[in-house]
Design a protein around this ligand. Structure first.
Ligand SMILES: C[C@@]1(CC(=O)O)c2cc3[nH]c(cc4nc(cc5[nH]c(cc(n2)[C@H]1CCC(=O)O)[C@@](C)(CC(=O)O)[C@@H]5CCC(=O)O)C(CC(=O)O)=C4CCC(=O)O)c(CCC(=O)O)c3CC(=O)O
Ligand SMILES: NC(=O)C1=CN([C@@H]2O[C@H](COP(=O)(O)OP(=O)(O)OC[C@H]3O[C@@H](n4cnc5c(N)ncnc54)[C@H](O)[C@@H]3O)[C@@H](O)[C@H]2O)C=CC1
Length: 147
């Protein structure tokens, strides 16, 4: 992503698909559930940390027909070719996060800190997720000291 454009999205009434049901999928799904968005999850298997009753589970391998009407697609299978295929088959109006290859993604997540009316978003534009995590911890500590 050469020219990132940061925005805040309201996902109410949007259709979100998560493809894959492993560790990374669980993180993305749980952050969606935290904002009361229930995604469709396409995966033959689901990690235990994914609450089955809160999602719509399609227990199958990825097929284009499952994501045809989706607005946002998060590709997190452990098969890089499948993730790539999801990107290639998406229409120009669908936004795709290929979690295994930032250069194929047209969006990805920022780390966030939310406190009362404040939302801080942090990103290295994919360059160093570990650094984001570290700076987030430092900022949280600093913010706590201000209160
Ligand atoms: C490009 C991006 C795509 C995307 O996933 O959207 C991406 C990619 C990758 N992440 C990797 C690893 C980890 N990512 C995290 C955590 C988060 N990663 C997130 C975002 C992004 N990660 C996107 C842009 C980030 C940016 O702009 O910098 C956050 C902010 C949001 C979210 O995912 O919801 C969330 C913060 C949660 C929080 O603290 O709030 C942890 C920590 C953990 O799991 O506890 C680890 C384990 C390692 C560690 O802890 O060091 C690797 C493997 C290589 C590596 O290790 O570096 C890749 C692949 C690659 O680099 O290509
Ligand atoms: N963005 C990030 O923060 C990070 C991303 N990654 C990337 O995310 C990918 C997934 O990582 P994990 O969740 O740890 O893997 P995992 O092995 O825990 O889970 C993979 C999941 O994909 C499912 N799957 C496999 N083939 C599929 C298909 N054809 N259709 C639908 N689902 C399918 C499996 O059933 C499983 O549920 C890794 O390959 C890696 O490239 C890895 C680390 C961090």
């Amino acid at each position: 992503m050469n020219n990132p454009y940061p925005i805040i999205l309201d996902l109410a009434n949007k259709k979100i698909a998560v493809v894959g049901g492993g560790k990374i999928a669980a993180r993305k799904i749980n952050s969606l559930l935290a904002i009361k968005v229930s995604p469709t999850v396409i995966s033959p298997k689901l990690a235990n940390s994914i609450p089955l009753e809160q999602i719509h589970w399609i227990q199958d391998y990825y097929q284009r027909k499952y994501v045809m009407t989706m607005d946002l697609i998060i590709a997190c299978t452990n098969n890089l070719q499948v993730n790539r295929q999801i990107v290639q088959e998406a229409t120009a109006r669908q936004l795709v996060n290929d979690t295994s290859e930032k250069n194929y993604s047209n969006f990805y997540n920022m780390a966030t800190i939310t406190q009362n009316d404040l939302l801080i978003g942090l990103s290295t534009i994919g360059k160093s997720p570990a650094k984001v995590k570290k700076i987030k911890k430092m900022l949280e500590k600093w913010l706590d000291q201000q209160n």
